[in-house]
Design a protein around this ligand. Structure first.
Ligand SMILES: *[C@@H]1O[C@H](CO)[C@@H](O)[C@H](O)[C@H]1NC(C)=O
Ligand SMILES: *[C@@H]1O[C@H](CO)[C@@H](O)[C@H](O)[C@H]1NC(C)=O
Length: 225
């Protein structure tokens, strides 16, 4: 009996690891998979600056995001759920103009360096404001609008579900792939100047979609022209 459950467990584990490896291209040197959800919902457009080995650098022109207040949690997954529920209410019409807003992608979870004791971090969850609403996005209690100037983003894509275990690894992999590039220096400089996020997780799918899931780690930075 014990060996049977052991077998089941290891079978299950190998299924899980195959799931990730099988669905995803083995060669990770080009990161130009267009998130399928951006065919049906609006995503911010960007220019690709460079596709490197294990990373992509993009430039986003000005964009607008509706963001939560910082959410204290030990788990990015939990904080994202909490933040997303607020943003979901917002787009369903729980805002000052009682206006419904179309869903967009990605939803961003920004990881802020922890100030408090031990494990808790702060997370800010953001919704990309559709072009149509950018001129006059309805305000809402507990949410604030962020207008970004043009920004550069170093990106690494990964598939499957975002978990508190894989994000650290993916962020470390992005950092490693950027080591020694001009981008790495620009990111360090930008983050040192601003005390801003370590990294941001961008999710393009709802939790109910199981296939073709695309997530990204973003390191956002400014570049002096
Ligand atoms: C961003 O702005 C620049 C300069 O105005 C323009 O050349 C470029 O096409 C814009 N890119 C996107 C993705 O809108
Ligand atoms: C850093 O701070 C400056 C000035 O407050 C701001 O304009 C810029 O957008 C910030 N950069 C990032 C990457 O957040």
């Amino acid at each position: 009996m014990a060996s049977f459950s052991m077998f089941k467990l290891s079978f299950f584990l190998s299924l899980l690891s195959n799931l990730n490896l099988g669905l995803w291209p083995q060669t990770q040197n080009s990161l130009i998979i267009f998130p399928p959800s951006c065919n049906s919902i609006e995503c911010p457009i960007f220019d690709t600056v460079e596709v490197g080995n294990g990373y992509e650098v993009r430039r986003y022109n000005s964009t607008e995001w509706m963001s939560t207040s910082p959410i204290q949690d030990i788990s990015l997954v939990e904080a994202t759920r909490t933040g997303f529920l607020q943003l979901f209410d917002y787009i369903q019409g729980k805002n000052k103009y009682e206006e419904k807003i179309e869903m967009t992608a990605p939803v961003l979870s920004e990881v802020l360096p922890s100030e408090g004791p031990l494990c808790e971090s702060s997370f800010v969850v953001s919704f990309y404001v559709p072009k149509k609403n950018q001129e006059n996005p309805p305000p809402a209690e507990g949410l604030h609008l962020q207008t970004w100037k043009p920004k550069y983003v170093a990106v690494r894509q990964f598939s499957g579900f975002v978990s508190d275990y894989n994000i650290g690894e993916e962020a470390a992999a992005l950092q490693a792939s950027l080591a020694g590039t001009v981008w790495s220096a620009a990111i360090d400089k930008s983050h040192a100047a601003n005390h801003t996020s370590a990294y941001t997780v961008a999710q393009y799918n709802s939790p109910f979609e199981f296939d073709h899931r695309v997530n990204e780690i973003w390191m956002i930075f400014d570049l002096e022209e």
